[in-house]
Design a protein. Structure first.
Length: 407
């Protein structure tokens, strides 16, 4: 009883010390990678903003050469690579967060659970009122699993993550290959034509309530039946990121340099083999599942290590530094992309849904992202946090962090 009372008093005494990470403690490379991940996620998400991508075969939906080149490029370099990269960063940030909280003798489960609940609320608002392709709900729910596994050693985390990736991916790919060999690569999209037509009509011409119902339907189509497989793609990247943070990859780059260079080569080879697999063999469900299931995580780690190695040099740091401004307020920028694109494509905005192509979309991505770099740089020079980051931190710590910088 006395020990419990002392613990409560200690937490109460440290309540005002609970605070988000300060500017001087930030790791620049981490912000740069977050900024790059936000760009990659935007590239992958863009077709879903203006087309019924969930219900059509993207390999045949557009026929112009330039659109096919864009879709193939995004498929090879970005698909399943950047949400996994961001998952890796989530795991890395989790360890930074837990270390900070533990140093102040505060309860890690209490504060991280609050952090996840706030993220879940933001994700629900995003998914059902802005855009159906939300990833924040998944991150929040998987975060509770990560919380339970937080005391594992880095080696145990890595092996657990590898097993979660390799075993289910291998089994699923073999099953898909067997089905393809015996029944052929069935055209499942023919059964989804009615849903594609409904999406085109509702998003282009529907009321806000009709669009909201469509968003809920689209989110459910992707997440409810496939939630187990989504967890299997996100959780191992959380664990990889957490293991990297526990090993102080970014804090002690030179000490870990040899191992990081070897891993950089290994992940490059794996990414090259599996990301290109459907192009040098055959496009079917099995090869595409392997492409995403193994090629995605491998390319995510490869991209992470590439940035870390580049930022060791002054030239590399200078070249990549603009990405840090987007990365410093990555949650705000992620949501900003959804808000802007919903206003461009949905009927309560410009109503351009169904009238864009991947080639046009790539230019829109670049234009919006460049604007985000500019506005983010201005914002972080005047404010400590992005608007959504401030809300997230306020909800996590139960106080109001400093927002505006002193002039």
């Amino acid at each position: 009883m006395k020990a419990a009372l002392m613990r409560i008093m200690r937490e109460e005494g440290n309540w005002m010390q609970a605070a988000p990470i300060q500017e001087r403690e930030r790791i620049v490379a981490l912000d740069i990678i977050r900024g790059i991940a936000i760009l990659g996620i935007f590239l992958v998400n863009m077709p879903s903003f203006f087309s019924p991508m969930l219900y059509v075969d993207m390999k045949s939906y557009w026929s112009e050469t330039r659109d096919i080149v864009v879709m193939n490029g995004v498929d090879i370099f970005a698909q399943a690579s950047f949400y996994t990269l961001f998952s890796f960063l989530f795991g890395y940030g989790f360890i930074i967060f837990t270390n900070r909280v533990a140093e102040k003798n505060l309860s890690v489960p209490k504060y991280f659970s609050r952090r996840l609940v706030v993220l879940l609320i933001i994700g629900v608002i995003h998914a059902f009122l802005i855009w159906h392709g939300d990833i924040l709900i998944t991150y929040a729910l998987c975060g509770f699993i990560l919380l339970v596994m937080r005391k594992m050693s880095p080696k145990a985390m890595v092996w657990t993550a590898l097993l979660i990736i390799v075993i289910p991916t291998t089994l699923m790919s073999l099953m898909m290959l067997l089905v393809t060999m015996t029944m052929g690569d069935a055209n499942i999209y023919s059964t989804l034509e009615v849903y594609a037509a409904q999406s085109l009509e509702v998003y282009a011409n529907g009321t806000f309530m009709e669009i909201t119902n469509q968003r809920i339907s689209d989110w459910s189509f992707v997440n409810i039946a496939n939630f187990f497989f989504i967890v299997l793609s996100v959780l191992p990247m959380f664990l990889f990121g957490a293991a990297a943070a526990k090993s102080n990859w970014l804090e002690k780059v030179e000490e870990n340099l040899s191992g990081m260079k070897k891993l950089w080569v290994i992940t490059f080879i794996l990414a090259l083999i599996f990301k290109l697999l459907p192009y040098y063999t055959e496009h079917n469900f099995a090869t595409e599942y392997l492409q995403d299931g193994i090629g995605g995580p491998a390319s995510a780690v490869f991209y992470f290590l590439t940035v870390v190695l580049m930022t060791r040099k002054r030239m590399g740091l200078k070249l990549l530094s603009p990405f840090q401004y987007v990365g410093k307020m990555s949650l705000s920028n992620y949501l900003f992309q959804s808000v802007v694109c919903s206003l461009i494509f949905y009927s309560y905005g410009l109503g351009l849904y169904g009238s864009f192509t991947p080639f046009q979309g790539i230019w829109l991505v670049l234009g919006i992202y460049i604007f985000q770099i500019i506005i983010s740089k201005v914002w972080v020079s005047n404010f400590h946090y992005g608007p959504m980051e401030w809300i997230w931190r306020a909800g996590t710590y139960g106080n109001r962090p400093k927002f505006k910088r002193l002039s």
